[in-house]
Design a protein around this ligand. Sequence first.
Ligand SMILES: Nc1ncnc2c1ncn2[C@@H]1O[C@H](COP(=O)(O)OP(=O)(O)O)[C@@H](O)[C@H]1O
Ligand SMILES: [Mg+2]
Length: 231
Amino acid sequence: MMIITLASSKGGVGKSTTTAALAGALTHAGHRVHIVDLDSNHTVSRWLGDGSRCPALSVSAGDPQDLTEHLSGLSNTVRPDIVLIDIAGAYERALTVAVARAHLTVIPAAPSEADIFEAARVARHIRSVFQAFGREPLYRALLTRVQPLASHAQLHAVNEIVRLRLPVLKTAIAQRAAYTEIGLSGLPPHYADASRPTVGKAVAELDALVAEIGALTGFELGVSQAMEVAS
Ligand SMILES: Nc1ncnc2c1ncn2[C@@H]1O[C@H](COP(=O)(O)OP(=O)(O)O)[C@@H](O)[C@H]1O
Ligand SMILES: [Mg+2]
């Protein structure tokens, strides 16, 4: 069971959107995906909760206090190939557990000074958690809500990431209608109307993200390899 944690203490950076979109991409590639929704607003549960649109995708709203128990419950019952944890910032203990259990922690950040400052703070938290366990953490910032036309502010944000030595995924998630619509339609881009350009672009971006995550973690995330992930 591969675990990916999406963490940021800041709201509005695209954690829930990216979680839902990535879950759709992974489900579409043939994996059984489960989202643990630790946000007390239960955003992802509302968007994808009834499971009717993607049968291989399930969601549970966990209590941040019981994340360890929740995860072992999942590995005995739902037995997903991949678990995505959408964690809202305030619960420090849950963040520690989610990061310690994850094969990869993704820190979404829009290209703004505030988001990148916050991402660097989360990265420091991750490093301190892993130092306590004597292990090397695997984490990456993920630029989200990137404007299709690169602005000065955006270039400055990228420079800031370099300056802070924040490791960042090469794939970025752009600001697109296909992502905004997840909350309204309950459809991640891979399950939306593929004839629309916004959907096609989001799908291409998400497939690149899946490939990059596969290469980073060593998990086979390609379509034909889905069975190998189950262990
Ligand atoms: N890549 C994106 N493109 C367009 N809209 C986005 C994107 N990511 C997030 N949003 C929008 O921004 C708002 C906040 O996103 P959300 O995923 O709920 O953030 P978080 O979970 O970090 O608080 C939502 O209204 C969502 O539709
Ligand atoms: Mg959220």
